[in-house]
Design a protein around this ligand. Structure first.
Ligand SMILES: [Zn+2]
Ligand SMILES: [Zn+2]
Length: 172
């Protein structure tokens, strides 16, 4: 979605829904969209700085890092970012970045493309190690069964003293 800077008076409200397919930036997605991205942003201009803040939410599909099952993950986030014109020297903006907590983006000419911003925000809100549930039991190391669905006997054997002895015997 493109925002035209010349069209911002005091404050410009941009809101709507966007299909995930519009945002897809690379083929290396580890998720897919289960819902459109619902967003509502306020865009304000301070001299040549553009400040954008507001909320967005969507639902995505992730793969559990323990059991490899797919699960639904809602993203509900508030973003607050600043766009500076690209002509500023990088040194100045790096300093800015250290001084305040805001993420700094750059714009060129009269247009700001919000798509990369929305996409980044989704990726930032994704868990590093996705889990279908905190208590996910994962896959059995020995037989590969999903222990959330099925009890296997591997644990029972290896947890007993006999099992330990058997294990060390087998690995020798
Ligand atoms: Zn899981
Ligand atoms: Zn097993």
């Amino acid at each position: 979605m493109i925002v035209k800077i010349s069209e911002i008076d005091n404050e410009l409200i941009v809101k709507g829904k966007m299909e995930g397919s519009q945002l897809t930036m690379s083929d290396e997605n580890e998720f897919c969209f289960l819902s459109p991205v619902d967003y509502s942003f306020a865009v304000r201009k301070f001299e040549n700085l553009i400040r954008i803040n507001g909320s967005m939410h969507c639902t995505i599909n992730l793969i559990c890092s323990r059991c490899l099952d797919e699960f639904v993950f809602p993203i509900d986030t508030y973003l607050d970012v600043e766009f500076s014109p690209k002509v500023l020297t990088p040194k100045v903006s790096e300093l800015e970045l250290k001084r305040n907590e805001l993420d700094i983006y750059y714009y060129e000419g009269d247009e700001i493309d919000l798509d990369p911003l929305i996409y980044d925000e989704i990726v930032l809100n994704m868990p590093v190690r996705p889990l279908c549930e905190e208590s996910c039991k994962g896959l059995c190391d020995a037989c590969g069964k999903n222990k959330n669905y099925e009890e296997c006997r591997c644990d029972k054997v290896s947890n007993t003293l006999l099992g330990e002895q058997l294990k060390s015997l087998l690995t020798k």
